[in-house]
Write a protein of this length. Structure first.
Length: 131
């Protein structure tokens, strides 16, 4: 019984993590200029190269997690991307106290939790197959 619950939990968790990245990856395509502006405002190096790479990692990595394909590589790629995004975009330590700082701190910590889930997922030796 426990193995079945573990299998269901990892299937649902992996799929939710995949969706968490797939949605924003697609959103970046449709709001490309806004994301370029945010990245440039936050002084992300090589923004015009970095954004397409982030989109590809989020979309392909998200799909791969959902489909249970190349999970380790996908999870580690999404982990690395999320850490870089955290450092450049959610840099709460540069903000004055207030709502913006609280919001960016919350996003930073939330992303660390997502990173923890990605590391746990990447470390699993057995992955649940659909069907």
């Amino acid at each position: 019984m426990l193995n079945k619950l573990d299998d269901v939990a990892i299937l649902v968790g992996r799929s939710l993590l995949g969706l968490y990245f797939l949605g924003p990856g697609i959103a970046k395509v449709f709001n490309y200029t806004n994301y370029v502006a945010v990245m440039q405002e936050n002084e992300v190096p090589l923004t015009l190269v970095a954004l397409p790479i982030v989109i590809l990692i989020q979309v392909i990595g998200g799909i791969m997690l959902i489909l249970n394909q190349n999970v380790k590589v996908s999870a580690l790629s999404l982990f690395a991307t999320t850490i870089v995004i955290n450092i450049y975009i959610h840099d709460f330590w540069t903000l004055a106290d207030g709502i913006s700082k609280a919001h960016e701190t919350q996003n930073f910590v939330k992303n660390l939790a997502i990173c923890a889930g990605l590391l746990v997922l990447a470390s699993r030796e057995k992955f649940v197959k659909l069907g």
